[in-house]
Ligand binder design. Structure first.
Ligand code: SAH
Length: 251
């Protein structure tokens, strides 16, 4: 999978992309990230990429020409792949959108700065607009990294464990069960007995039930849309009948 990122600050991507799973994905040929500095596509002597807003008011707006020149120069006109603008006004990013975008062999990401980009970029160049949450950052670079990270780890083979992404919170509409590793006891807090029992059937059942219990406690809104089996529903209605305040570890 290939990402083409258009930004005024390509230097902020390096350390994150060259670490851990994303580094390995690139070394194994599963991921390519091409960074393009929008400033390289200006045609004036001073390489101006932003200007004052028409109509007045504070802040600066990223100019339309360098962004079109950069994206069309790299990807052709019209662009050869989906072009995503990172903006707090876009559709809210989630695991389902990550899965949808992971089907694409190539994606372009445009990072805004200052007050954002000239509206004509949104209207005539991009095919999608994505927000990573209802808050405002100083630039689209962190949101672009969030997308790259969430999407790249879904590539088959990117995670060491082939099933690694399957159980994750949100993958199947539920929060994931709790994890433990050695030591079996720390300050008197023990790992649940079932996890060290060696009984795979019991472990699987416990994990599914913890997942349902957690989701019910923390994100009941997710349960309404989750893909539940008859057994899952039975477990949930049993919980409904029991004490509302049952602790996650009590099962
Ligand atoms: N004035 C704009 C916000 C500009 S923030 C508005 O009110 O809509 C500057 C840039 O940061 C944006 O162009 C966008 O690329 C990026 N950005 C900020 N918050 C973001 C978010 N929640 N999701 C995605 N991109 C964001």
């Amino acid at each position: 999978m290939r990402f083409d990122v258009f930004t005024l600050f390509p230097e902020v991507f390096g350390p994150y992309l060259h670490t851990s799973i994303l580094l390995h994905a690139q070394e194994n040929g599963l991921l390519e990230v091409h960074l393009h500095n929008i400033r390289d596509w200006t045609s004036d002597r001073h390489h101006v990429t932003d200007d004052e807003p028409y109509g007045g008011g504070g802040g600066m707006v990223m100019k339309v020409e360098p962004i079109f020149a950069a994206v069309e120069g790299e990807l052709g006109a019209p662009p050869a792949c989906p072009v995503i603008l990172l903006t707090p006004q876009g559709r809210l990013f989630n695991q389902q959108i990550a899965q949808e975008l992971a089907q694409q062999p190539r994606l372009a990401l445009i990072c805004g700065r200052y007050e954002g980009v000239d509206e004509r970029v949104r209207a005539h160049l991009v095919s999608d607009e994505i927000s990573i949450g209802d808050y405002v950052l100083t630039g689209g670079e962190l949101p672009a990294l969030v997308l790259i990270d969430a999407i790249a780890r879904l590539a088959p083979g990117a995670l060491g464990d082939p099933d690694g992404a399957w159980d994750d919170s949100h993958a199947a509409g539920l929060l994931e069960y709790p994890h433990y590793t050695r030591p079996p006891e720390f300050r008197g807090w023990e790992v649940p007995e079932v996890l060290v029992s060696g009984d795979h059937g019991r472990v699987a059942r416990w994990r599914r039930q913890q997942s349902l219990l957690r989701t019910r406690q923390r994100r009941p809104d997710l349960l309404e849309k989750a893909d539940l089996s008859e057994k899952d529903r039975q477990f949930l209605s049993q919980l409904d009948a029991e004490d509302e305040n049952m602790d996650v570890q009590d099962i």
